[in-house]
Design a protein around this ligand. Structure first.
Ligand code: NDP
Ligand code: GUE
Length: 307
């Protein structure tokens, strides 16, 4: 994309996601007409974490917009691991449910790894099961984590072919950083994964043609860490006090990314804003994964969405 002035292009993830959800809705309707299968997603949330409640509500609304079935299971934070595993077993066995998402984080008394391992890998629409992580690592088809998948779609839309570009990912979590590295490698990028022990992070970031921030620290990445013209994908979702001190005193909050947006936009070629960037893509990709899991269950080839 041409970089003609000092202002970066804002990558409109919200608009891209809306178009994607529309295409998924059409493909889902065709699947239902031709094979009598309506894609079904089950979301399981344990406890009352307010941020999680927002994601779960957004997912429910978007799933309805796509004409899919969406069941939300709200469990008390005192729920035992055994009860949660029993619910997952029943969802694994339910032919009307093609995707299962267990909202993270789980309460401390529950072993999250054991819970993720209990989900049928073919219904693991988060792509967090070791079988799907393994498939991604060796290049086999499988369910790919939604946030990295959505980020790659935005990069391809912005840059086209990613071959040979230097990509730096800040963050090495199993849900964002590591799968993002696998996907960028598959796109023929030269990939560096940075984390809390990395030395001279600003210099590392300045070497990036593609910079992915998945840290969870509000506005940590500054404008002078960015290579002029680089493409920046800000995955961070951080709740901070409102910029207006009166509202802040009332306890009002706003959401910012891991990148200082105004500074970065003066240097980068293109950048995803927060909100309105990667977040809506995560939800759209969750629906894309649910649709493809439903196709697989029905023995049908899924239609591709990566426009
Ligand atoms: N937009 C969306 O749809 C989604 C957004 N998110 C958001 O993305 C962010 C990251 O999420 P997630 O991957 O789950 O987070 P984790 O907390 O699991 O991982 C954070 C990573 O950042 C690294 N890190 C922490 N501090 C520093 C530092 N000072 N310098 C360099 N690296 C550092 C950590 O390093 P180390 O491994 O060494 O500890 C770790 O690898 C969060 O803001 C989260 O809310 C997450 C999922 C979806
Ligand atoms: N099993 C599991 N899978 C997840 O994918 C998962 C999870 N647990 N736990 C929490 C994180 C975070 N996450 C987000 C999804 C969408 C938005 C989103 O829609 N954001 C919008 C709106 C933000 C707002 O204003 O509320 C935006 O950025 O524009 C944000 C964050 C999924 N996660």
């Amino acid at each position: 994309m041409a970089h003609t002035d000092a202002r970066a292009t804002l990558i409109d993830g919200k608009a891209f996601a809306a178009g994607l959800v529309e295409r998924i809705a059409e493909a889902s309707a065709r699947l239902e007409q031709t094979h009598g299968v309506r894609p079904g997603l089950a979301v399981v949330i344990v406890g009352e974490d307010p941020a999680s409640q927002i994601y779960v509500r957004n997912k429910g609304e978007t799933t309805a917009r796509a004409g899919m079935r969406s069941d939300t299971h709200r469990l008390a934070d005192t729920t035992t691991q055994a009860d949660l595993l029993a619910l997952i077993a029943s969802l694994n066995a339910d032919p009307g449910i093609h995707g299962i998402l267990v909202q993270l984080p789980l309460p401390a008394h529950i072993d999250a790894a054991a819970v993720l391992a209990a989900i049928d890998p073919d219904k693991d629409v988060d792509g967090f099961h070791v079988v799907n992580a393994g498939r991604l690592a060796v290049g086999l088809p499988g369910l790919v984590p939604c946030t990295p998948l959505g980020s790659i779609m935005l990069l391809r839309q912005t840059l086209g072919d990613l071959s040979g570009l230097n990509a730096v990912i800040v963050g090495r979590s199993n849900i964002v950083g590591k799968p993002m590295a696998q996907l960028l490698l598959a796109e023929n990028c030269t990939v560096t994964v940075a984390h809390s022990r990395s030395r001279d992070l600003p210099a590392l970031c300045r070497s990036a043609d593609i910079l992915v921030a998945a840290v969870g620290r509000p506005e940590m990445i500054r404008g002078d860490w960015i290579k002029p013209g680089a493409t920046v994908i800000d995955v961070g979702i951080n709740r901070v006090p409102s910029a207006d001190p009166v509202k802040a005193a009332e306890g009002r909050t706003r959401i910012v990314g891991d990148v200082a947006l105004a500074e970065a936009a003066a240097v980068a070629g293109a950048i995803t804003p927060v909100p309105g960037g990667v977040g809506p893509m995560t939800i759209a990709c969750l629906l894309a994964n649910t649709y493809s899991a439903a196709c697989r269950a029905a023995g049908v080839e899924s239609e591709p969405f990566d426009a």
